[in-house]
Design a protein. Structure first.
Length: 108
């Protein structure tokens, strides 16, 4: 669902979402944004996909060994899209972030 929502007109583009990641991480570390637990889950999913330990089942089981990685990667992509959209809305509601700056420039 997050993938479908991500490409609807009026939603933030992929570049805007990727640019929001560092701000989201910093805001979570500072305790300003409540995304810390979700970010930890996403980091764990990324480590799971990149882990060399998981390479052994892929070599032994071929395509079957990749299925778990596909599920985790799909979840990670959806979680990133959903969480960055949520963060951008949070920033906007607080009067922060590029969307607020863009709106102020347009109004001037």
């Amino acid at each position: 669902m997050a993938l479908i929502r991500a490409f609807r007109p009026g939603t933030p583009g992929l570049g805007r979402r990727l640019a929001a990641l560092p701000r989201m991480i910093v805001a979570s570390i500072r305790g300003e944004y409540d995304g810390g637990h979700r970010l930890l889950l996403m980091a764990g999913a990324a480590l799971y996909i990149l882990s060399p330990v998981d390479l052994i089942p892929e070599i032994a089981l071929l395509a079957v060994g990749l299925i778990d990685d596909v599920f985790v990667a799909t979840w990670l992509a959806g979680a990133l899209l959903s969480e960055t959209e949520r963060f951008l809305e949070w920033e906007k509601s607080r009067g922060r972030g590029p969307s607020v700056i863009d709106a102020e420039v347009i109004q001037s």
